[in-house]
Design a protein around this ligand. Sequence first.
Ligand code: F3S
Length: 62
Amino acid sequence: MQLHVDNDSCQGHARCNAVAPEVFELDDLGYVSTASGEIPVALEAQAKKGASACPERALKIG
Ligand code: F3S
């Protein structure tokens, strides 16, 4: 599964990190710093929950 991070849409709500800290890291300003790319199978469920928690829909899993 692939993660696509839309950094332009991220507004720093940090909910992704609260729900899925092993997948979504934040920078010093609280914006998501995880890069787009392949998600390890073991983290897929967590990644989906974190992406769903973003109110800006900045995180896509597919
Ligand atoms: Fe940004 Fe959404 Fe996470 S706004 S910090 S990607 S919850």
